[in-house]
Design a protein around this ligand. Structure first.
Ligand code: HEM
Ligand SMILES: *[C@@H]1O[C@H](CO)[C@@H](O)[C@H](O)[C@H]1NC(C)=O
Ligand SMILES: *[C@@H]1O[C@H](CO)[C@@H](O)[C@H](O)[C@H]1NC(C)=O
Ligand SMILES: *[C@@H]1O[C@H](CO)[C@@H](O)[C@H](O)[C@H]1NC(C)=O
Ligand SMILES: *[C@@H]1O[C@H](CO)[C@@H](O)[C@H](O)[C@H]1NC(C)=O
Ligand SMILES: *[C@@H]1O[C@H](CO)[C@@H](O)[C@H](O)[C@H]1NC(C)=O
Ligand SMILES: *[C@@H]1O[C@H](CO)[C@@H](O)[C@H](O)[C@H]1NC(C)=O
Length: 530
């Protein structure tokens, strides 16, 4: 009886997603579930199609090498120095350092290429290491592989890790020892290597004694692929190995000393590879588990978030703006996850005044418009997300009444009437309706309206960025303090301002310290405000 109770509690708890707003989880959720299209960073564009490759000459090629292969290999080489005994190394973005990239264990342009795809997206809530983990997920998912659980919260290293990436000319004992240090058994090593080496190629430029030059020469960074499909994430790496037709340059390569896949794959008498060859679903599920563990291998002291599941109904850029005439403008959008277009659908935002505390508060509503261009997708189109709303304004509110609880009402136009979406009863609310951007924020003067009753002791803008070469955190100040620049107006609001000559070019947040705690305004998908 007791055990059944615990089991059902566990199920109920795991079904609970986080609730909006959470600046950290909202940001991770956006990066995970909006990969392409409206409001996204469009990172998945670079693995669409999956065999797309952007050469450092900035030309794009398909069919010769792939960003997808780069992204998977980069995640492994970032993690590989991990030492589970002393907790050092792991997924921490240290592969960005030239010093690591220059080591013999890291040949190739893969690492710098991959870092370049996400460096621009980092901020306080999204590290480069989270970005590299997500690149692996996007590569696998966009090339036909399984969905992989994504957690955030990795912390970027400030200096290179110890060396520790396995090299193909090392013997089996060294490889077993390296994977044991990283936290994987010999059987898991076979799995992880097969899951990685189902994608991409070995380049003559990097291993001239191991693979012949591609007929294309080195112009396209072309290599010889591990299996007959350059990028498809599937079990052909195993079927071709088992049936003896493999071209894998680390199984049948020119220099047997470097045929590390041959030694690893046969380590258990080919049992693991045979099981992968027989059962594509087993290969996919084993890879989903092992690759998730690989990207979740982090230095001691780093705590990862829960697995980031998509919010079915998610506000975006939902914000209040204090207008100089003393009214408040409500603007923003809502994202509906995994839905199809429906011309008959109407979406409304509904809210009550924050000044009303009883049971019988008036409900206000505004319609959230939609056009077919307001659409994003994830996992190579497996999910389509539609957006409704208007970032230029939805309604004007009386500053004295404020903006209290809100929710969305979705009517599919099929006669069933509207459905209330309020995070399964938890409700939606901004952290406060007494701290908001003020009109003109996006000019050289940044202005924020803060109600006197909040007793704010500090109002500031915080951002994070790397230096242009991605080697270190930007040394320019990443926090800008605002100061009160007016007396309280008739509604009790004080304007706080700072002259910045424009907002930071990178992601930033707007925060206030109130009574010992810090409130951050919810960010939009792309994590800026203007
Ligand atoms: C004993 C362990 C491993 C060894 C010795 C090894 C060795 C290699 C070598 C020599 C290459 C060719 C690189 C180049 O041409 O510059 C390569 C490519 C690659 N490796 Fe591994 N690897 C190992 C484990 C892994 C693991 C665990 C993963 C990921 C789960 C992985 C993912 C990849 C990918 C995706 C590529 C292709 C990159 C591209 O398309 O250019 N490798 N590996
Ligand atoms: C690294 O990548 C950046 C683009 O992200 C590029 O500008 C730079 O030239 C590359 N550096 C090297 C050494 O390849
Ligand atoms: C084969 O690889 C080993 C280990 O990297 C190297 O020492 C040896 O010179 C290579 N042999 C040839 C013929 O290139
Ligand atoms: C050579 O490169 C072209 C183009 O970009 C590609 O279409 C072709 O498949 C490549 N050939 C080989 C043998 O890799
Ligand atoms: C494992 O498979 C490879 C490739 O087919 C084969 O060469 C090798 O003999 C096999 N090893 C064992 C122990 O069966
Ligand atoms: C306040 O300004 C906004 C924007 O200029 C305008 O739409 C609104 O009608 C004004 N409200 C009042 C009460 O003057
Ligand atoms: C602001 O300060 C006053 C007086 O100390 C206090 O009563 C009130 O609770 C404070 N408000 C907040 C939001 O902390």
């Amino acid at each position: 009886m007791a055990s059944r109770l615990f089991a059902s509690l566990a199920i109920a708890r795991s079904a609970l997603a986080y609730t909006w707003p959470s600046p950290h989880l909202d940001r991770l959720e956006a990066m995970r579930w909006d990969q392409l299209g409206y409001n996204s960073f469009d990172t998945a564009l670079f693995v669409t199609p999956c065999d797309r490759y952007i050469h450092p000459d900035e030309k794009g090629y398909t069919g010769v090498r792939s960003n997808a292969g780069d992204w998977v290999r980069t995640a492994y080489h970032d993690m590989a120095p991990h030492n589970k005994e002393d907790g050092s190394g792991g997924m921490d973005g240290s592969i960005r350092f030239w010093e690591e990239q220059a080591r013999p264990e890291n040949p190739g342009t893969h690492f710098n290429n991959s870092v370049g795809f996400v460096a621009g997206a980092i901020d306080r809530h999204f590290s480069l290491a989270d970005g590299l983990a997500l690149l692996l997920i996007m590569a696998v998912e966009n090339c036909g592989g399984p969905e992989i659980d994504f957690r955030g919260g990795r912390i970027d290293a400030t200096e290179p890790n110890n060396a520790g990436v396995p090299e193909p000319d090392q013997d089996l004992d060294s490889h077993e020892a390296a994977f044991a240090r990283q936290g994987f058994t010999p059987e898991e090593m076979i799995g992880l290597v097969a899951c990685g080496h189902t994608m991409g190629s070995v380049q003559h430029a990097d291993f001239p004694d191991q693979v012949a030059e591609s007929p294309n020469g080195t112009d396209y960074d072309a290599g010889v692929s591990f299996d007959s499909s350059l990028v498809a994430f599937d079990n052909t790496v195993a079927t071709e190995y088992i049936d003896g037709t493999t071209q894998n340059p680390l199984v049948v390569g020119l220099n047997d000393t470097k045929n590390s896949d041959a030694r690893i794959f046969s380590l258990d008498g080919n049992q693991t590879m045979s099981s992968f060859a027989k059962d594509p679903a087993l290969f996919a599920s084993t890879c989903a588990t092992l690759l998730a563990r690989m990207i979740d291998t982090v230095p001691a002291g780093v705590t990862l978030t829960e697995v980031i599941r998509p919010l079915p109904v998610k506000p975006s850029e939902l914000k209040l703006t204090y207008l100089t005439n003393g009214t408040i403008s409500l603007s923003g959008e809502v994202r509906l996850f995994d839905v199809t277009e429906n011309e008959a659908r109407t979406v409304q935002i509904a809210w009550t005044d924050s000044s009303c505390t009883g049971d019988d508060c008036a409900v206000h509503r505004a319609t959230m418009p939609h056009t077919t261009s307001m659409s994003s997708s994830a996992q190579a189109g497996r999910y389509t997300n539609l957006w409704y709303g208007n970032t230029a304004g939805l309604a004007e509110l009386d500053a004295a009444k404020g903006f209290g609880a809100f929710w969305f009402e979705i009517d599919e136009g099929n006669g069933a009437g509207p459905t209330k979406k309020d995070q399964d009863g938890a409700g939606f609310a901004l952290p406060t309706d007494k701290f908001m951007l003020a009109e003109g924020t996006c000019g050289p003067t940044v202005a924020v309206a803060v109600h006197g009753s909040l007793n704010a002791t500090r109002v500031f803008i915080a951002g994070d960025a790397f230096t242009a070469d991605n080697q270190a955190q930007a040394s320019s100040p990443n926090e800008f303090d605002l100061s009160p620049s007016s007396d309280a107006d008739e509604h009790g609001f004080v304007l706080w301002t700072v002259e910045l000559g424009g907002l930071p070019g990178y992601s930033y947040g707007i925060l206030a310290e109130i009574d010992g705690s810090t409130i951050e305004l919810p960010q939009n998908e792309r994590s800026d405000f203007c």
